[in-house]
Design a protein around this ligand. Structure first.
Ligand code: ADP
Length: 365
């Protein structure tokens, strides 16, 4: 019976439980034995109770649960070879040589490294007497498949990451709440949303709520950004708008790479010699990760989990490690490291014209 381990790693995201549920049940359906690795790579390194056999009923009701029920963690030990050596040993002791990982680009990079190193790790386990040649015989190769769990939608090569639509829905809901009080008091709100390297959440939230102005890392602002923002907002106010919403991603910057912070924006909006708006800052923080997954993320997690099990069973020593993506509404397999590289080299392309057009539809009342 093929043994398949499933793990969530890195930052949690809504929909990860749908992934685990789908992987567990698809594995059983195909006659395999699934295992859950608790606490990400930490669980692989610790072994013991962190690696648990899973049955059909163990994941009952998981679709409607937020976060990840098998836990996630950052694991320093896994960055180093000795940590990965122990992880390999624990996998072999449990009879596992197929691993499905749902995480961000860091987790997926670690996974690819682990797979590439696997034969030499196995050799070392025998050479150092930790395992016998007989014990490692069936485990000459490690098959790995990645799934992207991230609220930021920050991986190249896939239209949506598992969790991004839940976070977006949460942000829109929060902005709606804030708008009510903003209108009542005729206030301005600077709302900081997550996204250090990727402005997808801020951009889509801005479009979806009709925000007055948005700052994202992919569109570094020109030197005149202060005038640009104040004149847009002044125009909106003159047209009778009683609320002002500015959405800023954590990684917002100007074209010199200097950070654009909520405090800077607040000072500008509140400037007595300028707009003189009663301005508040709201940092949404971890509510963006919280709560249950929206239907889209449950569906994406389930369909991609099913595909991941198929992919890990079909993988051979010669096939490249793949990540499960969704493009043009199709669940597809893509080379994992290319997606990670592309993410690093070319920030997810945002069409500046499309961006401006969407923003031109702002509600000016
Ligand atoms: P994310 O997966 O959300 O990008 P991290 O970058 O923190 O989050 O990665 C999660 C974990 O994956 C790390 O704590 C570490 O254990 C492992 N990991 C990340 N990058 C590597 C790497 N280059 N080599 C080995 N392990 C890694």
């Amino acid at each position: 019976k093929k043994k398949i381990a499933i793990m969530t790693s890195g930052g949690d995201s809504p929909g990860m439980n749908a992934v685990v549920r789908a992987c567990v049940r698809m594995s059983l359906y195909l006659g395999c034995q699934p295992f859950a690795v608790y606490e990400g790579y930490e669980g692989l390194v610790q072994g013991g109770d962190f690696i648990k056999k899973m049955e059909w009923h163990d994941v009952r009701g998981w679709l409607s649960e937020g976060g990840t029920l098998i836990g996630t963690a950052r694991c320093m030990a896994f960055y180093e070879r000795p940590g990965r050596l122990t992880a390999a040993k624990n996998m072999i002791l449990n009879g596992i040589d197929a691993l499905i990982i749902c995480g961000g680009d860091g987790s997926l990079t670690g996974a690819d490294k682990f797979r590439a190193e696997w034969p030499s790790l196995v050799e070392e386990l025998v050479a150092t007497g930790q395992l016998t040649a007989e014990q490692v015989k069936p485990y000459t190769h490690l098959n790995i498949v990645g799934l992207v769990g991230s609220i930021d939608n920050d991986l190249s090569g896939t239209d949506a990451t598992i969790g991004c639509y839940s976070a977006l829905a949460r942000i829109c809901e929060m902005v709606d709440y804030i708008e009510a009080t903003a209108s009542s008091h005729s206030r301005a709100f600077v709302i900081e949303v997550m996204g250090r390297h990727c402005g997808w959440l801020a951009l889509m939230a801005g479009v979806a709520t009709g925000a007055d102005f948005i700052f994202i890392p992919e569109k570094p602002r020109e030197d005149n950004w202060k005038d640009e923002m104040t004149s847009v907002i002044e125009k909106h106010r003159k047209l009778g708008k009683r609320k002002t919403i500015v959405i800023v991603a954590e990684g917002a910057q100007d074209r010199h790479g200097a950070k654009i912070t909520p405090n800077m924006l607040k000072d500008l909006l509140a400037d007595k010699n300028g707009l003189a708006l009663d301005t508040r800052i709201t940092t949404l923080g971890h509510v963006q990760r919280g709560g249950t997954a929206v239907a889209y993320d449950r569906m994406l997690g389930t369909l991609q989990g099913v595909e991941a099990v198929k992919a890990v069973l079909e993988a051979t020593p010669d096939t490249e490690t793949c990540v499960i993506a969704i493009t043009e509404n199709q669940i597809v397999r893509k080379p994992l490291m290319k997606a990670v590289q592309d993410t690093k080299e070319v920030a997810k392309a945002i069409d500046a014209q499309e961006f401006d057009r969407a923003m031109d539809l702002r509600d000016t009342e």
